[in-house]
Design a protein around this ligand. Structure first.
Ligand code: ADP
Ligand code: MG
Length: 681
């Protein structure tokens, strides 16, 4: 039983519903804040109603009409009339209206032949006096909450009840609170649940954001200040870098050269340097890191390169070792599989300094791996940039510089706030000779044309990778979608794990078989036995299959560079970052690659079209990350969920960018003034 059960009206059923919506403790409840408010102190005359704009007004019932499953109640307020439409429970609802009755109506007008309000909230009023002066909170609700009658009023009531007698250990220090003129936490939250006026809400919201941003900024500034005191300056290497550059089979792109110079300048500064090098898959990050390593190696420091998997680690070792050897640097490989004797020999060489470059997996983190003079740790394909992890690495002795490499682009706004203690470097262009993938949205009526095009290509020897999304979080059920359309405060909970849509894989195979006998179609999904999966993949690699239909479950392992065509079913169910990663599997060769986003039947919300059209127009991973950030918010961004900052719930990094900078400057000044501000975790 949770603390919530102590609240009035919260029994086992509601407790369960709340928990499923992520509200399991009193604190969760108190921080489950209204997403918007309805100002009952100001009414909208019916004549001024506008589609999509919240309105509340008193009106008089003029007529009531019943159809089979529908009831229309026409109301009037002197400025005009509007129809209230109800679909469910019509028989029951009928008894609640009478002609001439005075009502308070609240909702969002929509348009169907004429302006109307579908399922508005309403309440009977006896005396117009009783409806004056309240600001109504509108909370995010799940379907289940709404079904259990856990709605706005109730949430407000129990939140206020929970606030009474809840002792806050305000994470914000008193001096900051006063300096910034912020309310005590409890007062702020009480006001957010029950504002006295609508006018005070923006300022309250801003305080909430400041409270969220400040600890983060203080922590990052303190870490930065700490880093300036430790670590070494690594001057630019004169000879080794030139020698390594000589040995390259290609010339650096402009972006690579710039990144090398910028990183070199940072390395030369006193203190510990922490950087993040971002660039799409194939943009050539490795060579940049290699040249940065030269600065350290020439000055007698050691370099560690960490990769997330053994395959990647040994790939790196294979390409780098011969190349480094030519310049007189020996590179070792350490993974979990390295035999004990080899491992011990390597450890001795690291200590003596005869081994200066070590490639490996997370095995490099283990306690017995000690360097004589570790100057740079390069961390490849990192999707987690936790502050704690950087600290752990620093503790490995010598406070080495750290350079992350990542193919998941992080928007500037996010990089400067959440990862504000990292210097960022970006590889924008790819090495010459690669054509950008052409991306098209395919509406259902164009699907036949798409199939025709793909068949022609497939018969001509091209191969198609056909991706089917997982079912789950981002695919609202019909029922949930309908409810969400009717009430803007209902959202579909994202706490169900996505499942594989195996049925869709089979359906597409059938569709393709019916379309033509000329192509060979294989399928792969997570439920297939491993040997069947392998067989299908192998056949596709060898070109025996023209089309491979697959769920995203297998996405990670599949690498078929010659498959130059891709179809993505249900693209609306993917985050853009994920779409970008998927699309990146094509366009590896010199031929023109195509990516088709196959839109299913149905009415598409404008935002979905905009989002996907924006994606189709650009192959710039950073632009895509910005679009993604805009449409999904920071909470859902890939790469940040485990970043150690706990997520920003209230701050919108794009809208509130100015505020984030203001807070950062404040934190900087505070840390500079106080030397080191002790922070609560
Ligand atoms: P990623 O950024 O995905 O880690 P890599 O560093 O593995 O990319 O580089 C991808 C491929 O491009 C490698 O085969 C690499 O040798 C090659 N490459 C890197 N830089 C250039 C360049 N300037 N010109 C041509 N090929 C390059
Ligand atoms: Mg790489």
């Amino acid at each position: 039983m949770s603390d919530l059960s102590r609240l009035t009206g919260v029994g086992p059923k509601r407790e369960k519903v709340l928990a499923e919506a992520g509200i399991a403790t009193l604190r969760d409840l108190i921080y489950h804040l209204p997403r918007r408010y309805i100002d009952r102190t100001k009414f909208t005359p019916i004549a001024d109603l506008a589609v999509g704009k919240d309105a509340i007004f008193p009106a008089t019932v003029r007529s009531i009409a019943m159809a089979q499953m529908r009831m229309m109640v026409t109301v009037e307020d002197g400025s005009g009339t509007v129809e209230l439409v109800f679909f469910n429970g019509v028989q029951f609802l009928r008894s609640r209206f009478t002609e001439g009755q005075r009502l308070l109506v609240a909702g969002v007008p929509s348009f169907f032949r004429e302006l109307q309000m579908v399922h508005p909230e309403f309440q009977s009023i006896k005396d117009d006096q009783e409806i004056k002066g309240e600001v109504l909170p509108r909370y995010p609700l799940t379907m289940d909450m709404s079904e259990a009658h856990v709605e706005h009023k109730f949430l407000q009531k129990i939140a206020l009840e929970a606030l009474q007698g809840f002792t806050f250990s305000d994470a914000l220090q008193e001096n900051h609170r006063r300096e910034l003129g912020l309310l005590p936490e409890a007062d702020l939250l009480r006001s957010l649940h029950k504002p006295a006026t609508a006018e005070e809400i923006p300022a309250l919201r801003k305080q909430l954001k400041v409270r969220e941003l400040l600890p983060l900024s203080l922590r990052l500034e303190a870490i930065k200040a700490e880093r300036r005191k430790v670590g070494k300056a690594w001057p630019e290497s004169a000879k080794l870098k030139a020698a390594l550059r000589e040995g390259l089979p290609f010339t650096l792109t402009a972006g690579q050269s710039e990144s090398v110079s910028a990183i070199t300048a940072c390395q030369a500064e006193p203190g510990q340097f922490c950087g993040l090098l971002m660039g799409d898959v194939g943009s050539g990050k490795t060579v940049v890191a290699m040249l940065a390593a030269a600065n350290v190696l020439e000055a007698g420091g050691q370099v560690a390169l960490m990769a997330p998997t053994e395959i990647l680690a040994s790939q790196h070792h294979q390409t780098l070792a011969p190349f480094l050897a030519k310049a007189g640097i020996r590179a070792g490989l350490l993974t979990g599989d390295t035999p004990k004797a080899d491992r011990e020999a390597m450890m001795a060489d690291l200590q003596s300094g005869s081994l200066n470059f070590l490639v490996g997996t997370h095995a490099l983190y283990s306690g017995d791996v000690r360097f004589r003079n570790l100057g740079l740790a390069i961390i490849d394909e990192q999707h987690r940039f936790g502050v704690e992890q950087r600290k752990a690495l620093g503790a490995k002795g010598g406070n080495p510089d750290i350079l992350y490499m990542s193919a998941t682009p992080i928007p500037r706004t996010l990089a400067q706030t959440v990862f504000g203690d990292l210097e960022t470097f970006v590889l924008k262009e790819k090495p010459a000779g690669r054509l950008p993938v052409k991306t098209r949205l395919v509406p259902p009526e164009k699907r036949k044309d798409m199939l025709g095009f793909l068949l022609k290509e497939a018969v001509g020897g091209n191969q198609v990778f056909w991706v089917v999304p997982q079912i789950g979080a981002k695919s609202p059920t019909a029922k949930a979608a309908k409810a969400a359309a009717e009430d803007p405060d209902i959202f579909v909970p994202a706490n169900k794990r996505p499942e594989e849509d195996i049925a869709s894989v089979d359906k597409i195979k059938t569709e393709l078989a019916a379309f033509s006998k000329e192509w060979k179609v294989g399928i792969v999904h997570g439920k297939l036995p491993p040997e069947k999966k392998e067989a299908a993949l192998a056949a596709f690699r060898k070109g025996e299959l023209n089309v491979l239909v697959a769920t995203t479950v297998i996405e990670v392992g599949v690498d078929v560079p010659q498959a130059n065509l891709m179809v993505i079913e249900g693209p609306d169910r993917f985050g853009l970052a994920q779409l970008h990663q998927l699309r990146g599997r094509t366009g590896r060769g010199s031929a023109q690659a195509w990516c088709f986003l196959a839109m299913p039947n149905g009415d598409w919300p404008v935002e979905t079209f905009d989002r996907l059209a924006g994606f189709a127009e650009t192959t710039d991973g950073f632009k895509i990350a910005e679009i993604d950030l805009r449409s999904r918010g920071t909470g859902n961004l890939e790469g940040t969920d485990q970043s150690g900052y706990g997520g920003l719930r209230f701050t919108d990094l794009i809208e509130d960018f100015e505020l984030t900078q203001e807070i950062r400057r404040y934190a900087e000044a505070q840390v500079a003034g106080a030397g080191n501000v002790p922070m609560k975790p």
